[in-house]
Design a protein around this ligand. Structure first.
Ligand code: F6P
Ligand code: MG
Length: 438
């Protein structure tokens, strides 16, 4: 069975009409709140005291009106409208929308509807001359500022971890940094409408402490097979399909730094998002912002050694970027609604480059949903089977904290046991998976 055959995946996708899952509350409650916050962000610009660009303000009012209409379409479960801008992916979006003519926001696959919402936000900005504005930028900045304690601890601990040199020391460093990278995904801003700030801080602290304790919450754990693969890389290329900006990106860069400085990986390509996406995802502007924020002593308010530690990291990371060892890129495929088993048909040139990678690392929940076609797989399905034939022969590592229904790779009985005690285990962010296939 492969992605191009009609039967793949052999299970239905999550839909907003599934009242028992996370799709319904996301579309009915969380997404409308996110759209309202985007409206607030636009208003804050043109209503700021002293703001004097009248033409831009007029366009901003249109953005606000149109985002309000978008919210209305979503909450009333209206038909799917075409994309009216002429950005590079508009035609492909409209092809998919035409194929869903009989569906509306809730009856369409959840993966499609949620991606579509963010693409419609983009359309609104583009059509009203606000294309340069990221309505989520300020919330990303504030959330990173709130990660001060974890950033300080990780920056100083990283130099110690990086110096582990024996075979067992290296294995330990890999375990530790991979988990930092994993738990960095525990919180994301699209979840904040139902996650308290205290809970977010608690989840974030996992990335910086008590890692062996947190390992118990990894429900499917292929760290050892990932390490066996990585240690044989001897200087290949790693592709990181990024997820969230700020703290998660900081942890991703630490992990990539380790892979590079240990000599396992020679080149790393970071794949960011072309447009503002799922509130917190990394755009090229967020990638640059992280460096600036770390270099600005006023941002976290670090003093002395703490500021020096982050500056040392940034200097090395800039060096990797300047030398071409690290590269940031974007591709329209990552912000289309396609499940990843279809990558060979939907983005053949991107697929051809990923086929040459020594390791393709997928970060976060949305990437995981896309790898699994956002389908209701039985939880014991092997990961390699669920991601489909296109990925066979490519080393794929998924690091994801559970924030939505789909999950595979669990041992017999695990899902049932959790279900009987913690109804929200699939999406609470408390658990995670580390899944590897090649
Ligand atoms: O479930 C919450 C949600 O908005 C999902 O729709 C989405 O998969 C996820 O958050 C985004 O999380 P992440 O940033 O880990 O991809
Ligand atoms: Mg995200």
């Amino acid at each position: 069975m492969d992605a191009s055959s009609a039967e793949f995946p052999p299970y239905p996708p999550c839909r907003g009409t599934d009242k028992d899952g996370f799709a319904f509350p996301t579309l009915a409650k969380r997404l409308p709140v996110i759209l309202t916050k985007a409206v607030d962000a636009v208003c804050r610009v043109y209503l700021a005291p002293g703001y004097s660009d009248a033409a831009h303000a007029k366009d901003g009012k249109k953005v606000v009106e149109e985002l309000g209409r978008l919210r209305h379409e979503l909450t009333r479960d209206r038909a799917l409208e075409v994309i009216r801008d002429s950005e590079e992916d508009a035609e492909e979006w409209n092809r998919v929308i035409a194929s869903r003519a009989k569906e509306a926001w809730f009856s369409a696959p959840w993966l499609f509807s949620e991606c579509y919402a963010y693409r419609r936000v983009r359309e609104t900005l583009v059509l009203n001359n606000w294309a340069d504005f990221d309505p989520f930028a300020e919330s990303k900045r504030i959330a990173f500022k709130d990660s001060k304690a974890a950033v300080a601890e990780l920056s100083s601990r990283f130099s110690v971890i990086r110096s582990f040199s024996s075979e067992s020391g290296e294995r330990l460093a890999f375990h530790e940094l991979l988990q930092i990278c994993l738990w960095g995904n525990a919180t994301d801003l699209s979840l904040l409408p139902h996650l308290s700030a205290e809970m977010a801080a608690e989840l974030q602290s996992r990335a910086s402490s008590m890692l062996s304790e947190s390992e118990k919450n990894i429900l499917s754990n292929d760290i050892d097979s990932a390490w066996d693969h990585v240690k044989g890389l001897n200087g290949g290329r790693c592709d990181v399909i990024l997820d969230n900006a700020g703290f998660e990106l900081f942890g991703d860069l630490l992990f990539a730094d380790y892979l590079h400085s240990s000599g396992r990986v020679k080149n790393t390509v970071f794949h960011g998002k072309r447009i503002p996406w799922f509130v917190s995802d990394v755009t090229p502007a967020d990638f640059d912002a992280l460096f600036e924020q770390l270099l600005d002593p006023a941002f976290f308010g670090f003093k002395g050694d703490a500021q020096k530690a982050v500056e040392t990291l940034v200097a090395r990371w800039k060096g990797y970027l300047d030398s071409g060892a690290w590269k940031l890129t974007t591709h329209a495929f990552w912000t289309l609604p396609h499940p990843y088993p279809q990558i060979n048909e939907r983005a053949p040139e991107l697929y051809a480059t990923l086929k040459e990678s020594g390791l393709v690392l997928f970060k976060g929940d949305l990437n995981y949903r896309k790898l699994l076609s956002d389908a209701h797989w039985p939880a014991t399905t092997p990961f390699a089977e669920a991601i489909g034939k296109a990925w066979q022969g490519i080393p794929v590592l998924a690091l994801r904290t559970n924030k939505s229904d789909p999950i595979v790779g669990l041992a017999e009985g695990v899902a049932e046991k959790l279900q009987s005690t913690e109804e929200d285990w699939r999406w609470s962010g408390k658990y995670g998976v580390v899944e590897f296939a090649k």
